[in-house]
Design a protein around this ligand. Sequence first.
Ligand code: AHR
Length: 536
Amino acid sequence: MNRRTLLRVSAGAAAGLIAGVRPALAADAEIEITPKEAGPEISPHLYGHFIEHLGGVIYDGIWVGRQSKIANIDGIRKQFVDDMKRIGAPNYRWPGGCFADGYHWRDGIGATAKRPRTYNYWQASMPAGLDHTETNAFGIHEFIHLCRLTGAEPYLAANMGSGSPQEFHDWVSYCNAPAGTVSLAGERAGNGDKEPFGVRWWGIGNESWGCGGDMTPQEYATLYRRYVTQFPAYDPKPYLVAVGPRGHSKDLDLGWTNGFFAAMQDGHRSRVDGLSLHYYTDFRNSPEKVASFDARGWYDVLREALRTETVIEQHWEVMGKYDTGRRTRLIVDEWGVWYKPGEETTPAHLLSQPLTLRDALHTAITFDVFNRHADKIAMANVAQTINCIHSLFLAQGDRYVRTPVYHVFELYRSHMRAKLGAMRIRCPELKVPSRNSPGVIPGLSGSASVQGRTLNVTLTNPSHESPVSARIRVTAGSVTEGRGLALTHADMTAGNTFDRPSEVRPSPLPVKVGADGAEVTLPARSVVSLELRMTA
Ligand code: AHR
């Protein structure tokens, strides 16, 4: 079981195939990379973030308060700032999520002590006895400060569920009107920020088919037009993101994408720059646990990561029927593995999960899919960065730890702004067990990118028991130097905890450099990142 038994040509999903019959292989896997076929730029925004007023994400996670004994910069947890800088965080989507459609931005400005306590969408899910009313201590100024401290761009979600176009347009003016123009710019200056925030990314609602208003795609399209037609025309030119499908639905929710674009064609076409796609590896209705599982659970989760590719391709195809000029791109602004409740790191941190190496491999597979579709996706945001679902960090009071997922962001950083390279993988498929339907998955998946003379290669070996030797051939130029890092662990259920924060972390991987390429052995259950220096 779980051995590479098929000799069929396999590839990391769409990483490309080397056609023909399998020749005698010197290694388990043959990888061919053509740096000269460099494709689209891999936007840093594919490695983006999502932070919502939910459980312990903002309060206790990011915001510890100005008076806190925990190291902070103006109330923002310092360790968080340092780590987000380290991984080059490109953006944050805020304030939700479901929270956004109940949020009134004016509640979060002005003297903190005078800000109202308001209802938070998530307080109904809070365990009895725990308060989750919104203090509004973290509002737009604090959010923009976080963005500036970490060098990330803001991505704001409008309140469509309980707000109005007027309230939204006022928020846009408050954020972007130049000093000395409208009164809202003066009010912003009075609250400490004379210079405009320069917000470019605007989400018009969130999950309007669900918590964002329970609308049909036609109803949403009508409201969308009202939100965007009177959008105040300040710099920068806005990037308008419409609510898209619930990609983790059984039918992938293609009906939403069809319905929305059909409604927008009906003689009223407003600009749509991005279509938000949510795709959770959704195990909320499965007995699968976060931190204790067997080989079946290991592969079931990784298979769902591979399905990201199908979801992207199918929605892209539908969009192309209406948007023949390809003006609209996908924004995968919520993704991650979502397990059933019961293993929260602390009860108040709703939806927090003690993630493991399995979730790190899921992350790597997902990133390689995003890279390979860099021409279709303008942004992607992990749900959520800290203390919630697919987090990079867990924090409680003065305790703080990086999860295995964080390390994948670190390992993939070199792809940001690089050009996608053509990669073909030949590797026997892997026969895998499952709770429901055993099947086969690619024996290896990955992506490659080029920046100057550096070739970045990321690969995932999903086998929980066997290493894979791989020979990498570069079709143009030659490799002069190679460095590698691998994220793995002897135990597939390993994770990092407050007491053992470095249990899962990358370690150097030997790379053998030859005339036309390199050779590496990927440990079982590993994510590998290679940096190969090339001749001109
Ligand atoms: O990320 C948690 C929730 O998942 C978000 O608030 C919502 O948009 C989605 O359903």
